[in-house]
Design a protein around this ligand. Structure first.
Ligand code: FAD
Length: 406
């Protein structure tokens, strides 16, 4: 039994380790000069390898593919990932938000552990060898690479998504899968900055807002994200903007910011009334600056169409209500998502309806498997995407080992 793994990233290396440990003849192909190239840049070079959370919490961070992931995460969860790396001598630590990192803070230690786990007496590693095509022929597969042709009994496509193409993930897996008869859910940017039409973005560049709520209406559905937001040139980014982007796809969402999410409308109104009463002879900018950073206060008053020098005692009820309304619903105008290549992950991929969630085997082509980001699965930040790659790789390798035994 000969198995080909196309892609030596997180999922491919994990599956290669399990299969070779089971004494199965495995070959890993990667177009790069080294294995796990994307892994090196994960978690800003520290690799947030998983999230120390329950299966339910993991699933709540899956944006697309939640139902599909149920079985895989039940059989290989974050505790399994943590034990896996600890047993390989890669010690881990848990940080804020249950994010798990190597104690060394070096993503390279995660790659090293995955490579160490591969039994090289059963696994050939072919670097600088891009797979160009895969065809299913008379019960096996012919793989054509940049160097040669090979025949295998089973093939695992672990080519990743389409983001950060310099790491080798260039969307090849979608073409290979499509040519084998699979439907591909169109790849979309996920975990990317959101470009706005609002010219004030430029003015606010570099401003971080903590504890705000980004409200989105995507295809008629409201979804809110609480936390930190950062203004970049022409865009919003930071944790809550990145999370929101994953749900947007090709829709045109309505966006607004709740600058005072801790106060409901009524409480905020009372607070503003009190501020007004105590500062009747001051300029309105004085009040607004007490509610938000100075750079935003100027923009806020402009958007409210109000002269910043206007005295509080001359503000009408209508104007006051507008201020309160904009504090709770500061309007942002969506332009587009940053391109898919700039995303932390790619949404879309091999249609999950055509893959068995217990084994990762294609329902269309026997002995063909998919693991990791090439599948139509993407998660929020926090170590969930790598966990999805490991869990799907585990399910796939386990099923292959089982099938070899039978
Ligand atoms: C900047 C950045 C930071 C990230 N940080 C985190 C983080 O901290 N935590 C987290 O959970 N997730 C993180 N992610 C996401 C995570 O890295 C991916 O979801 C994960 O690597 C997907 O694993 P994979 O094995 O499916 O694909 P990849 O790791 O992308 O590996 C795919 C491999 O396939 C190879 N390949 C592709 N096509 C071919 C071909 N035709 N022939 C041969 N080889 C081919 C590529 O060279 C590559 O090595 C981050 C992503 C980015 C871009």
């Amino acid at each position: 039994m000969k198995i080909a793994i196309i892609g030596g990233g997180a999922g491919g290396l994990f599956a290669g380790g399990m299969l070779s440990q089971a004494g199965i003849d495995t070959t890993i192909f990667d177009g790069n000069e080294k294995l796990g190239k994307k892994l090196y840049i994960t978690g800003k070079g520290r690799c947030n390898v998983t999230n120390n959370c329950s299966k339910e919490e993991f699933l709540s961070h899956v944006v697309h593919g939640e139902k599909f992931m149920m079985s895989a995460i039940s059989n290989f969860d974050s505790q399994s990932t943590m034990s896996f790396f600890e047993n390989l001598g890669c010690h881990l630590k848990v940080e804020r938000g249950n994010r798990v990192f190597p104690v060394s803070d070096k993503a390279s230690d995660i790659t090293k552990a995955l490579i160490k786990n591969i039994d090289i007496s059963f696994c050939k590693i072919k670097l600088n060898e891009k797979v160009l095509s895969v065809s299913a022929q008379q019960g096996n597969f012919v793989i054509n690479t940049s160097k040669s042709n090979y025949t295998f009994d089973k093939v695992i496509i672990a080519t990743g998504g389409k983001s950060y193409p310099s790491t080798g993930s260039q969307g090849d897996g979608y073409i290979l899968a499509k040519n084998l008869g699979h439907n591909i859910v169109p790849p979309m940017p996920a975990l990317v900055p959101i470009k706005l039409k609002d010219s004030f973005c430029h003015q606010l560049q570099g401003l971080t807002l903590k504890n705000v709520k980004l409200k989105t209406v995507i295809n008629g559905k409201t979804k809110e994200f609480f936390g930190e937001l950062l203004f970049a040139n022409e865009a919003i980014t930071g944790p809550i903007a990145l999370s929101a982007s994953s749900y947007i796809g090709d829709s045109k969402p309505d966006l607004s910011l709740d600058l005072k999410p801790a106060l409901d409308h009524q409480t905020l109104e009372k607070r503003i009334m009190r501020d007004f009463q105590n500062n009747l002879n001051r300029e309105i900018s004085y009040i607004i600056r007490g509610l938000m950073p100075k750079s935003l206060a100027g923009v806020f008053l402009k958007i409210c169409d109000m002269d910043e020098h206007k005295k509080v005692n001359s503000i009408t009820t209508k104007e006051r209500n507008k201020i309160i309304d904009y504090l709770k619903n500061f309007p942002l105008h969506f332009d587009s998502l940053y391109p898919v290549e700039t995303g932390i992950v790619t949404a879309g991929g091999v249609d999950l309806k055509e893959v068995n969630p217990k084994t990762m085997e294609s329902k269309k082509v026997k002995d063909l498997y998919f693991v990791g980001e090439v599948l139509d699965i993407d998660c929020l930040t926090g170590g969930f995407n790598l966990q999805a790659a490991f869990s799907t790789a585990y399910a796939c390798a386990k099923a292959i080992i089982q099938s070899v035994k039978n």
